[in-house]
Design a protein around this ligand. Structure first.
Ligand SMILES: O=P(O)(O)OC[C@H]1O[C@H](O[C@H]2O[C@H](CO)[C@@H](O)[C@H](O)[C@H]2O)[C@H](O)[C@@H](O)[C@@H]1O
Length: 324
């Protein structure tokens, strides 16, 4: 098998490519090159980016699945490598850093295992920030609490009222997916994921129909598509982009123009954050993709390995600056 065929095969397995697109392998490689002109590699553009960042405060936002860990068949085994963890630890020592994930906080925290980052789980609907180091003006949906390590945290949970219904939805869907071999319901606390990566291709449409018809009983929820997953969320006006704005505010950045948010993500839900950065007119929205995609990101990185290399360069640049 030729090298490019292997790449196409991998992308098919990851759900990044349809069969008809794969049949047009060469066209795809050509269109990726064209796409790269509009969304240049953040590694190739590194020098230009740090020119812009000179004298400004970078604030990092990192998605988890597909960004810090490769996409794998079993969602419970999406482990992060030690090298990636070291890279995140290092950038988080140098820049305020948040992990923004669709997963529930406990799960993403269990994968990342770092205490120098802020976690925003459930697509930004569950944000835990340390007390003291950040400013809080709006006490609205915030509660003070203690995390599993005994640290005092402020929790911002704008979808609190939906928790009992989310639990009910999980119970209902867990019963109904039993007839679909390979299907899995993941409890993301304020959101629910229905995975169909391991379901027979012929059964996928029926599974999707079942989920859509079940959710008709829950009009206050919406369904979004992800990578071989249906993501069910409360229909509130809150997303990863709102979480980015909330965190910038709590980090104390919104009133100045000397900060630059840098967001790296691979999925459709990350587009909301890319849009916010574009709206701010300052910062770096970076998509992780090795195929052409419709995106509001300005830059791209191919895969988690490139994400890691980018973070290592960023840390080295910052350290070199502080010692010069
Ligand atoms: O916002 P994210 O951190 O990117 O979370 C989005 C979803 O990621 C996970 O699912 C995806 O990754 C799995 C592991 O690689 C893969 O098996 C699955 O097919 C992907 O969709 C997570 O399990 C979901 O709950 C998140 O919504």
């Amino acid at each position: 098998m030729a090298g490019s065929d292997v790449v196409v095969d991998q992308k098919l397995a990851m759900g990044l490519l349809t069969k008809s697109a794969a049949n047009n392998n060469h066209g795809l490689l050509d269109s990726y090159t064209t796409w790269l002109e509009e969304h240049p590699s953040a590694l190739d553009s590194f020098e230009d980016m740090i020119d812009v960042a000179e004298g400004k405060k970078l604030v990092l936002f990192l998605d988890y699945d597909g960004t810090l860990s490769p996409i794998v068949n079993d969602p419970d085994k999406a482990f992060m490598s030690d090298a990636m963890r070291a890279a995140v630890r290092e950038v988080a020592n140098l820049f305020p850093t948040a992990i923004v994930s669709g997963r529930c906080i406990n799960k993403v925290n269990g994968f990342v295992k770092l205490d120098n980052v802020v976690y925003a789980g459930s697509h930004g609907m569950d944000i835990w920030t340390p007390t003291g180091s950040v400013k809080y003006e709006d006490e609205g949906q915030q509660t003070k609490s203690v995390d599993e390590q005994g640290n005092k945290v402020v929790k911002f949970q704008p979808a609190q009222e939906f928790l009992p219904t989310v639990k009910e939805i999980i119970q209902v869907l867990e019963q109904k997916i039993k007839t679909f071999e390979g299907a899995m319901v993941e409890d993301n606390r304020f959101c629910v994921s229905v995975h169909y990566r391991n379901v027979n291709e012929k059964e996928v449409d029926t599974l999707k129909e079942m989920v859509h018809s079940t959710m008709k009983a829950y009009p206050n929820f919406r369904i979004n598509g992800g990578k071989m997953v249906m993501e069910i969320k409360p229909s509130i006006n809150w997303n990863k982009g709102c979480a980015l704005e909330y965190l910038l505010d709590t980090f104390g950045f919104t009133s100045s123009s000397d900060f630059l948010p840098l967001y790296i993500g691979d999925d459709t839900t990350d587009e909301d954050a890319f849009e916010v950065i574009r709206g701010l007119g300052q910062g770096f929205p970076i998509i992780v993709s090795s195929v052409p995609r419709d995106t509001k990101a300005s830059y791209s990185l191919r895969d988690p390995d490139e994400v890691m290399n980018f973070m290592v360069r960023l840390a080295n640049w910052k350290k070199a600056k502080s010692t010069s």
